[in-house]
Design a protein around this ligand. Structure first.
Ligand code: URA
Length: 189
């Protein structure tokens, strides 16, 4: 069995934090076994919990549109979350839940070997880029860590709530497209 499938199989039985008691399904992530581009959200919502797939609700439909702006699709990038189980009532995942879960994501990153990671929203940015990340101030900036280029953009749910953030996100997406063209030319071939 491929290593990522094996990892998924262990993750599906995870009980490292209390979210395992309220989840319907673990939402491990979707995408190719290796790919140069990963998108990381914060945690599954109601639809994702029911279907076992990330970003399949309203925010997911907007994410698909955002991917198409940068000529990407679910077939050529990997999508996952900081926590794999739905926090009740869609509250922010607690720091303890994030810490319990992050090992799964770290193993996914090791196997998938992305060159670019795009954090969707502040929770992912604060966990993966910097604890003091401020999404309103820092979105769209690039930072290299361990050979991977990181950036963050507003979470699609934030863009659904506040359309005034969309123009800034559009320019962030163009910068992501440029970075993908530069670092991952094969993805557009
Ligand atoms: N919001 C997230 O952060 N992740 C999902 O998978 C769905 C909504």
């Amino acid at each position: 069995m491929a290593q990522l499938d094996e990892l998924k199989r262990s993750c599906l039985g995870c009980n490292r934090c209390g979210l395992c008691e309220t989840r319907t399904q673990v939402v491990f992530g979707v995408g190719p076994e290796t790919t140069p581009v990963m998108f990381i959200g914060e945690g599954p919502g109601e639809q994702e919990d029911l279907r076992g797939e990330p970003f399949v609700g309203p925010a997911g439909r907007l994410l698909d549109e955002m991917l198409s702006i940068i000529d990407l699709g679910r077939h050529n990038c990997y999508i996952a979350n900081i926590v794999k189980c739905r926090p009740p009532h869609n509250r922010d995942p607690l720091q303890t839940e994030q810490d319990a879960c992050i090992g799964w994501l770290r193993q996914q990153v090791k196997l998938i070997r992305p060159r670019i990671i795009i954090c969707l929203g502040r929770i992912a940015a604060m966990k993966l880029i910097r604890e003091d990340y401020r999404i309103t101030r820092d979105h769209g900036q690039w930072e290299e860590k361990g050979g991977i280029q990181f950036t963050a953009i507003y979470h699609p749910s934030a863009l659904l709530r506040d359309v005034s953030k969309r123009p800034e996100t559009f320019s962030d997406l163009l910068s992501i497209r440029e970075k993908v063209r530069e670092l991952c030319p094969e993805i557009y071939q």
